[in-house]
Design a protein around this ligand. Structure first.
Ligand code: SF4
Length: 477
């Protein structure tokens, strides 16, 4: 296993990777505790967002505009990245590129060592989860503390985030109280305000002693060389301004061409993510302030695979709002861990497959009912179901010859059986006979696969309508 993959696997903890989605019962893959509560919480968020957006007459126009801007940005990434880099480095920011997680970790560690960094405060960055950065830093004796409340809880619990916006959605107030009592030696409480006060008090100390702050990037604006970060807790503001060194991490797809498009994304992201008209804090960072040092690491890590696939490249426009997760019946049932990597839910099934490759994540595109609720909710109109179907096709075509041949034969057989009334009738007769004979076998031949083993095979109903009708007609005569 390459060290990159090893780091990525380590970020999974003891859980299965995406490729294992169907090898175990989904209940075994999902977060421990109350799955129903997780599903209800996600569904509640979805309802709130859907009601809020329905009240806005221009909602569909905003979505159209944002989708068009993102498509333009993705189609012109090469030029826009150069323009962005030129503008932001002109104000003293050192810009570095990394082709994969391993290289990005090496860059961050080198920068940390150069500035003699021992303690880091981190605000939310999904890219750092991809890199398994906290583990890589810990191996070098550098301590990194998450400051987003949800991420902080998940880090204390030594777990993985189960949602891209609300990472600790699977933890109840009672869980948090026990966690603080256990890890922070605080008196147990399940009161929300008291829990927040405890986290705040501990995190203040972290900001004071931190030598470096690491943040993500929501938007990188090419024409002004600005990075935009939005948040609700004030932790990103403190992480980027309290320590003397700020390092921002972003994927290549965060680019938008001009600052004039920013408002439409702010309108959409706050509402789609958390049902807010606007997030509480908006930071526009144009460069390093006097006496401070700022770095920006821009990561590919498989994004160019997605870019090279015309059928899925619009998935790079994802704002990471989480609306598709909240609306997804599969996510609501299994939660985030079942997807095995950093990005769960419908969009995760696309991104993970493109970033990690078919071999590791090729099962994920099949983890969808294709109901379309995700694309209806998506603020940038990513056509998730069609992209999943496209990836399914690729998985089959690029998989081993046996799987491809078996599926090909199956569909050829199906097309033949459905190809005329006589063939159809004979097939249905054979199914009925087979179904009644199967009960005498010790195991059902259709239950040999992992997916079918956990499910009941529907019984063939009695005589076909056609036969019953014929019988009725004969009786009447
Ligand atoms: S795909 Fe769309 S709905 Fe899902 S997280 Fe990305 S922007 Fe949000």
């Amino acid at each position: 296993m390459s060290s990159t993959n090893e780091q990525q696997t380590r970020s999974h903890g003891k859980r299965h990777c995406g490729a294992e989605f169907f090898k175990a019962k989904t209940a075994e893959l999902a977060e421990p505790g109350d799955h129903q509560a997780l599903g209800e919480s996600a569904a509640r968020s979805a309802k709130k967002v859907n009601e809020l957006s329905a009240q806005i007459p221009g909602w569909q126009d905003w979505r159209e505009a944002a989708a068009a801007v993102k498509l333009y940005a993705i189609s012109n990434l090469d030029k826009l990245l150069v323009e962005f880099e030129k503008n932001i480095s002109a104000r003293g920011v050192e810009v570095l590129y990394a082709k994969d997680a391993e290289e990005a970790n090496r860059l961050v560690i080198d920068i940390a060592k150069k500035h003699n960094v021992k303690n880091i405060v981190k605000s939310k960055t999904m890219v750092s989860e991809e890199m398994a950065l906290n583990h890589a830093l810990a191996d070098e004796g550098i301590r990194a503390v998450e400051t987003d409340l949800g991420e902080y809880l998940v880090q204390l619990a030594d777990e993985r985030p189960s949602h891209i916006v609300t990472p600790a959605i699977h933890l109840s107030a009672d869980d948090c109280g026990k966690l603080f009592a256990d890890k922070l030696d605080e008196p147990y409480t399940a009161e929300h305000q008291k829990l927040t006060d405890i986290a705040r008090r501990h995190l203040r100390e972290e900001y004071i002693q931190a030598d470096m702050g690491i943040s993500g990037v929501n938007f990188a604006i090419a024409d002004t060389g600005t990075i935009a970060i939005i948040e609700n807790e004030g932790n990103a503001g403190l992480s980027t301004s309290a320590p003397s060194v700020h390092l921002a991490l972003m994927g290549i797809e965060k680019i938008i061409p001009s600052i004039e498009y920013l408002p439409v994304f702010f309108h959409l992201l706050g509402r789609s993510g958390t049902g807010q008209k606007l997030t509480t804090y908006t930071h526009l960072i144009h460069g390093a302030s006097p006496g401070r040092k700022m770095y920006l690491v821009i990561l590919d890590n498989g994004r160019t695979n997605d870019l090279a696939d015309p059928a899925t490249r619009t998935s790079l426009g994802c704002l990471r709002c989480g609306a598709c997760l909240n609306n997804c019946p599969v996510y609501q049932r299994v939660g985030g861990w079942a997807y095995g990597w950093v990005y769960p839910g419908p969009i995760g099934s696309i991104i993970t497959t493109q970033l990690l490759g078919m071999e590791k994540a090729g099962k994920l595109p099949f983890a969808s009912s294709l109901c379309g609720a995700c694309s209806e909710a998506c603020p940038v109109k990513i056509d998730i179901p069609h992209q999943l179907v496209h990836l399914r096709k690729r998985v089959v075509n690029e998989s081993g010859s046996f799987a491809k041949m078996a599926e090909g034969l199956m569909w050829k057989g199906w097309a033949f059986a459905m190809g005329g009334p006589l063939r159809y009738r004979l097939t249905m007769k054979a199914v009925r006979i087979g179904s009644s004979l199967a009960k005498f076998l010790p195991w059902h031949p259709l239950q040999m696969g992992a997916w079918t083993r956990g499910r009941e095979i529907p019984k063939a109903s009695g005589p076909a309508f056609r036969d019953r009708w014929k019988k009725t007609q004969t009786k009447q005569k």
